[in-house]
Design a protein around this ligand. Structure first.
Ligand code: PA5
Length: 442
């Protein structure tokens, strides 16, 4: 298997063939809207052909910047939140060694600005005190509070440690071409910058410099990542691969039969943050107009010992999508032991991955038997190329699915509500009316 594939066999008993048939025209119309730009939110379709439109010059430039940061820094802090954080985090975690996560000769990539935890930021500052560090600050709007706070704190520290001129050589900003506070600051200070195109929304931006620069700094092959996405883009848009369409149609059919929650399941701890990226992609794209499948994620077999009970026997409003990785990178066999006190000799000599695969299969069968529809996304291995395919697959399916659901998959008006309240409570200038109103409520 070279490309990722979708298996809907474990879901077909839960939806009628006529229900699926009925959605096929909607799925085709949705794909057409993505390609001809006639759907809702069509000013945010820059991601659709992004992989094939990404030039080798840009990738070379990102690799050169990454190499420069590698020379100057032992640690690089990527500052960003939401779509300006999760894609890079997901890919770096998926490709890294779990216990020696940093490739020798590349800087440690750490993340900040994805929360407002005072202890997190304080401890990061302490950690960086005697380090040669750099900053990649990523914000499409350039005004998001969480990364702005982290950037202000860490920039002050970097300037104090290196002097302003040297600090400025170690800061790269990824932001809007013209607008926002970060753009103004970057231009004033002369930071190296990359542009996030206007027509690519945050959660669809992992294959822009937003994701590619931190991934390259971490030592991974961004050309292979983009190449994987290109393969999936060409296959999806030409119709030679209908896996994104199939997945989108099935999840909508399941939603219409009262399956309101989708759980993305992995059996490889390296994919934990891929689940976080996926949750943002689908949650922000579909959860609107009081509609949308709630995206959840579990890491198995770990979570079978916590959430497994609920999934097996709780309310039947869930379905699962399992990311199945065909091949582990390394081989490890279970040793034979004469005493066999733990009773494991029946699997002695087997690969750990074989046991994991049987856990996966056994769980899928148990969940289907227990009334949980189950789809599988099969990937050959966790490599840059297959991750690129997987990213594009889920993005395309998300666009198709959102249009089938009849929402605008590319806006996120709901995320402003908490910000308004926070600004009002913090008495931000310009929010005087909101401050008075919210104070009356508390
Ligand atoms: O998908 C989105 O648009 C959001 O999650 C943003 O990525 C997130 O809010 C960060 O925004 P920005 O990059 O403007 O700082």
């Amino acid at each position: 298997m070279e490309k990722i594939q979708v298996n809907v066999g474990g879901a077909s008993a839960f939806v009628s063939a006529s229900g699926i048939e009925a959605l096929v025209p909607d799925g085709k119309a949705a794909l057409a809207k993505l390609t001809d730009g006639t759907g809702l939110g069509n000013d945010f379709l820059g991601w659709v052909k992004l992989p094939t439109e990404t030039s080798d010059e840009l990738l070379d430039d990102i690799n050169a910047t990454a190499a420069r940061l590698c020379e100057l820094c032992d640690v690089v802090v990527a500052i960003g939140i939401g779509g300006s954080y999760l894609g890079a985090k997901a890919v770096i975690e998926a490709l890294s060694n779990s216990f020696a996560p940093y490739i020798p000769s590349t800087p440690k990539v750490l993340f900040a600005g994805q929360n407002i935890g005072e202890d997190y930021l304080y401890e990061l500052k302490e950690y960086l005190r005697d380090k040669k560090f750099g900053i990649i600050v990523i914000s499409k709007s350039g005004t998001t509070t969480e990364p702005a706070i982290a950037f202000r704190v860490l920039r002050e520290q970097l300037e104090a440690q290196m002097g302003r001129e040297e600090a400025n050589k170690r800061i790269v900003a990824v932001t809007d071409e013209h607008r926002g506070a970060l753009r103004t600051l970057a231009n004033t200070e002369g930071y190296k910058t990359y542009v996030i195109a206007d027509n690519v929304g945050g959660r669809f931006s992992v294959l822009t410099p937003v994701g590619l620069l931190p991934i390259a700094v971490a030592g991974f092959d961004i050309k292979a990542l983009v190449e994987g996405a290109r393969q999936m883009e060409k296959a999806t848009l030409s119709g030679t691969d209908s896996s994104a369409m199939t997945y989108a149609i099935y999840r909508n059919a399941l939603y219409r039969s009262e399956k309101k929650i989708e759980i993305l399941v992995n059996y490889n701890p390296k994919l934990h943050f891929f689940g976080e990226w996926w949750k943002q992609l689908y949650g922000e794209s579909e959860g609107k107009d009081h509609k949308g499948i709630y995206p959840a994620a579990v890491d198995n077999t770990t979570d079978l010992h916590s959430m497994g009970q609920w999934i097996q026997e709780g309310e039947r409003i869930i379905f699962e999508t399992v990311i199945s990785v065909a091949k582990a990178d390394n081989e490890l066999r279970i040793p034979f032991e004469e005493s066999n006190l733990d009773g494991l000799n029946y699997i002695a000599g087997k690969r750990v991955d074989e046991v994991n695969k049987m856990a996966e299969l056994g769980t899928r069968i148990a969940h289907i038997d227990g009334g949980v529809p189950n789809m599988q996304v099969l990937m050959p291995a966790i490599t840059e190329q297959s991750l690129g395919q997987l990213i594009y697959f889920f993005e395309a399916a998300c666009g198709i699915s959102g249009y089938i659901l009849d929402v605008n998959p590319f806006n996120q008006p709901g995320v402003e509500a908490y910000k308004r309240n926070m600004f009002a409570l913090l008495e931000k200038p310009g929010y005087e009316e909101e401050t008075a109103a919210i104070k009356a409520k508390i």
